[in-house]
Design a protein around this ligand. Sequence first.
Ligand code: NAD
Ligand code: SER
Length: 317
Amino acid sequence: MSSQKKILVIGSNGQIGTVLTKKLGQKFGFENVIGSDLRMPDAPTKFIFEECSVLNKEKLEDIIYRHKISDVYLLAAYLSAKGEKNIDKAWDLNMTGLLNVLNFAKQKKIQKIFWPSSIAVFGPSTPKNNVQQYAITEPTTIYGVSKLAGESLCHYYHNKFGIDVRSIRYPGLIGWDSMPGGGTTDYAVDIFHEALKNQEYTCFLSKDRTLPMMYMDDAIKATILIMEAQANKIQIRTSYNLSACHFSPNELAEEIKKYIPSFQITYKPDDRDQLAKGWPASINDKHARNDWGWKPNFNLSQMVSDIVLNLRNRYKK
Ligand code: NAD
Ligand code: SER
């Protein structure tokens, strides 16, 4: 196997993949980054793109072999809201996709894996605030159930076969460069586009539904940081708690009003509010900070300022 790092991002067209592939390309060279997804990207990419389902083992193996892949970032998944409407498919994609990639590592076809878990592994029986790494995990969504099982699978493959698989429990992610794909925290992206386009937004979560959230820049920073850390620094092989900030839709709207004073928000909670109700309001991430030096750069006001700055021109009339 060559010593050159060659990276495959599976689910590269999604909310995180769109941004992560750019950052990885800038850091390691676009010639060393291969993106893959079910569908072709909307715009030409600087990295090589391969159309493939993570469920198609033969085709995936061929991509890994042809490009001499060393590191895989597995992002293809059904998220919480979409998962509740497609339980069997969510289980299949979230579990079989992970198992396929773990088995490539077991067969020594790849060296290192990043696979994200989520705050959705927690549930109503978890304490609400400052949730610790080893708090109760009794999820009430198929998404959370699959993430919890995935964490155990990663832990098992690491212990039994020495697989170098690394994971973080992302909070809700917010960015300006890509759109989300069916989660409960999607409101926090939609709100910026509607505020800048129409100066109004109808929110599908309750006004005071506080959740742990993170700016995409911080999520990408954490992802690359954990993957580049020395293996002996990764003490947790299920998945690390990760935190940056937490806020409610009302607090986010108030922050946006500082830039768009005419902005109006109304609330029409739907099923997704019930999913969010079972999740923590804030997370304790001391293990990520101690083990591999994690520290976020963005709080709520810094994040809002940066998103408005980046999106403003797009909607200028
Ligand atoms: P997304 O839905 O935006 O993107 C997923 C991508 O995977 C899409 O481009 C989709 O076309 C692709 N995909 C779907 N099925 C596929 C298949 N069979 N083969 C290959 N590609 C397929 O998701 P995201 O927000 O980018 O999330 C990526 C990962 O991060 C997921 O595991 C998700 O659970 C996790 N996560 C995300 C958040 C968040 O707020 N975005 C929070 C916690 C965890
Ligand atoms: N942002 C994700 C979701 O809402 C949480 O993992 O599904």
